[in-house]
Design a protein around this ligand. Structure first.
Ligand code: PEP
Ligand code: MN
Length: 346
């Protein structure tokens, strides 16, 4: 059962619900959004007398399993990272190198991606690599380099956190925590990252279903952190011609099933530099709230993922086209909550 309260609703009703849930021993989650609205998700149905006189705006007896992330009770959410708004009218462009290599590289890249139109910076400090012999990232030192790049440009940054014990360290530096594809279902990490209070960028696992992805998001929300952005970054296909298949069905589907903003990663989603721009534009055409792109001034010099890293000149071209595309679509795009549940279950 889901019960929602609008911003400014009578707090005695909300408190009464909390007390009632405790008294009945019914698991519940209360999530307060930044706009002041509250959602209470119960794992069972409350008895009718517990509902009498409650100043709630909606009471839904049945709902999807991801109670708090579901669009059944909330249309769209806006997630703020500093001054950057995910899920507002214009798409957010995040860009930067795959991995943080040096202070000079990061500052140079940050200045160039900002000039190209990016409003947030990316860069890996702790890297999840397939081979234990590959460069694993400069770790804590790289966090300082990201801070230097933020200081030089004012761009907030997102960086990946790999394990629960790293959360406090990464959260002390970063503006947004990335949970990567390989860790999407790492529930101790999801919970710990959520409790940091930082906004979370949750990448879809490359073999995860939409339901599994949204349940992973639910772990974050159920820890009281409403600031989560979903990222479609490609799933594994059968064809070795592509590193991953960017699943653009997932963009409108996740936006119909959930109120959370969704962005697209066309770099990992293709693994091919020449495909990044077309798939970035396709992601925006599919309704995505933004892009995260691997870009740096000299992509061939990148220590990691250079083959899918674009130049900052091309990033500027993508940005110009994204702005025009988003403006052209703004009157028309409507992803408001038809019930796509059957599609997921089929
Ligand atoms: C990354 O963004 O650097 C990354 C490793 O992404 P993913 O988790 O999607 O592979
Ligand atoms: Mn990469």
């Amino acid at each position: 059962m889901i019960i929602t309260f609008e911003s400014g609703a009578d707090t005695t009703s909300i408190d009464r619900l909390r007390v009632e849930a405790d008294r009945l021993g019914i698991g519940n989650r209360m999530l307060r959004f930044d706009d002041g609205s509250v959602i209470a998700g119960f794992d069972r149905t409350l008895p009718p007398d517990a509902l009498t006189g409650l100043a709630a705006s909606q009471i839904l007896p049945t709902h999807r399993p991801y109670m708090l992330a579901s669009s059944e009770h909330r249309d769209r959410s806006v997630v703020w990272v500093g001054d950057v708004a995910f899920g507002a009218d214009m798409p957010v462009l995040i860009a930067g190198p795959c991995v943080v290599e040096s202070t000079e590289q990061m500052i140079e890249a940050a200045i160039a991606v900002k000039a190209a139109g990016a409003v947030m910076l990316r860069g890996g400090a702790f890297k999840p690599r397939t081979s234990p012999y590959s460069f694993q990232g400069h770790g804590e030192t790289a966090l300082q380099m990201l801070v230097a790049a933020r200081d030089a440009t004012g761009l907030p940054f997102v960086t990946e956190v790999l394990e629960p014990d790293q959360v406090d360290l990464v959260a002390a530096h970063a503006d947004m925590l990335q949970i990567g594809a390989r860790n999407m279902a790492n529930t101790p990490l999801l919970k710990r990252a959520a409790r940091s209070g930082k906004p979370i960028l949750l990448k879809r696992g490359f073999s995860a279903t939409i339901d599994e992805w949204l349940m992973a998001a639910e772990y974050v929300l159920s820890e009281g952190n409403p600031n989560l952005v979903l990222c479609e970054r490609g799933i594994r296909g059968f064809d070795p011609a592509l590193r991953f298949n960017l699943d653009l069905n997932a963009v409108p589907l996740a936006m119909q099933l959930s109120h959370l903003p969704v962005i697209v990663d066309p770099s990992h989603g293709t693994g091919v530099r020449s495909l990044v721009q077309p798939m970035a534009l396709a992601g925006i055409a599919a309704g995505a709230n933004g892009l995260i792109v691997e870009a740096q001034p000299d992509p061939d010099a990148a220590m990691c993922d250079g083959y899918q890293t674009i130049s900052t000149d091309e990033l500027a071209q993508i940005n110009r086209r994204v702005q025009r595309l988003a403006a052209a679509l703004s009157d028309e795009v409507d992803v408001a909550t038809p019930d796509a549940r059957e599609l997921v279950r089929a």
